[in-house]
Design a protein around this ligand. Structure first.
Ligand code: SF4
Length: 354
């Protein structure tokens, strides 16, 4: 009976993905970039971002020398901007401490900002053919089902169990780069066969010995996290409009939406008119309240009360922290998802009809 690794390698030959733009590359920089972009985002969304990013920053040195704002702007629309901040910071470390070269062991790669054990292992496998195990969200799902492991995979005990399985299943030797094919096969199986909902077990090379399949527990595995209700914070977002431009404010470099351009935010219950007068010397001609917008972070929910305010004072003065910008140009900046939604749904149509 062939090993799990052999079955996956064989399956991959005819059923895996072979034409993704980052495949066949041995350049750790491009592999790293693809791994980071793919962490929270679908392949089809990632491809154009990946290509644009490499056109703009073809090497680690180019990335390290770029201002953070340009990196974040290229990430605009991809979300989870901490990934871009970490990429930029790690590129600077690679240039300063490693002469712009990527280290070739998983342990050292893992010390760079934003790179966890599984991502470090994927880079070590694809760039340096190291025999390392990956365990991203897709692979956790496959192993939880295949081995019938219940319990939330983010829990340390369960996670250790899954890492142990990941290590045990590695191909025993690495002839003809088997480790790369095996790793890619696992990623592909998770993406196209053993999917979160409605897995295609009929097409799965592991079906014969899969415990979840045999015991009909696929829908329960992997065990979801038991969620406590999240605390909620409420704020007002000010959509200040003047001559068809909107005011954006730069967030502090760390914390929620660090270094992104955002709509100015104030506490609910504040007097919006006197706040604008005090803060920017702006007189408001009219205001309009928009429907509430809810946004969820990992640790809390943000309930946003957006308010459109038309400014009559001529207030074009800008600083590093504030810009007046046309809403269409704002969409090319690094802006958080709810700001993008508000500008797209409410402001752009007003401006085009105004
Ligand atoms: S048989 Fe089904 S549940 Fe089991 S690993 Fe394959 S796709 Fe996943």
């Amino acid at each position: 009976m062939p090993s799990v690794a052999q079955q996956l390698i064989h399956w991959h030959e005819h059923h895996g993905r072979h034409h993704l733009p980052w495949q066949k590359s041995r350049d750790p920089y491009t592999i790293w970039l693809s791994e980071i972009m793919l962490q929270q985002t679908q392949v089809t969304t990632v491809i154009p971002y990946y290509q644009r990013f490499l056109q703009e920053f073809p090497t680690i040195r180019n990335l390290a020398q770029a201002p953070l704002d340009s990196v974040l702007a290229l990430w605009s629309g991809l979300g989870y901007y901490s990934r871009a901040r970490n990429l930029h910071q790690a590129a600077r470390i690679l240039v300063q401490d490693y002469q712009g070269q990527f280290p070739d062991t998983r342990e050292v790669i893992q010390q760079l900002p934003g790179i966890g054990r599984s991502t470090a292992a994927a880079i070590a496998v694809f760039a340096f053919r190291k025999r390392e195990a990956i365990l991203d969200g897709n692979v956790k799902r496959i192993f939880a089902r295949y081995f019938g492991i219940s319990g939330y995979p983010g829990n340390a005990v369960i996670q250790n169990q899954l890492w142990q399985k990941a290590e045990e299943l590695l191909p025993l030797n690495n002839f003809a780069g088997e480790i790369e094919t095996y790793t890619q096969a696992l990623m592909d199986l998770g993406a196209i066969v053993c999917t979160r909902r409605n897995p295609l077990c009929g097409l799965c090379p592991l079906k014969r010995d899969c415990i979840a399949h045999a015991e009909n527990t696929i829908a329960q595995l992997p065990t979801p996290r038991t969620r406590k209700p999240l605390p909620q914070k409420e704020v007002i977002f000010l959509i200040l409009m003047q001559q068809q431009k909107v005011l954006l404010q730069k967030r502090p470099p760390s914390g929620i939406w660090g270094a992104l351009w955002c709509l100015p935010e104030i506490e609910t219950g504040s007097d919006v008119f006197s706040f604008c007068q005090r803060q920017w010397g702006l007189a408001i001609e009219s205001s309009r309240t928009l429907p509430i917008l809810d946004h969820q972070f990992t640790h809390f929910k943000l309930r946003i009360h957006p308010q459109v305010l038309h400014v009559i004072t001529d207030a074009s003065a800008e600083t590093d922290q504030f810009i007046w910008i046309s809403p269409i140009d704002a969409l090319d900046q690094a802006i958080p998802a709810p700001v993008r939604t508000l500008l797209t749904q409410n402001v752009l149509s007003d401006v085009s009809h105004g």
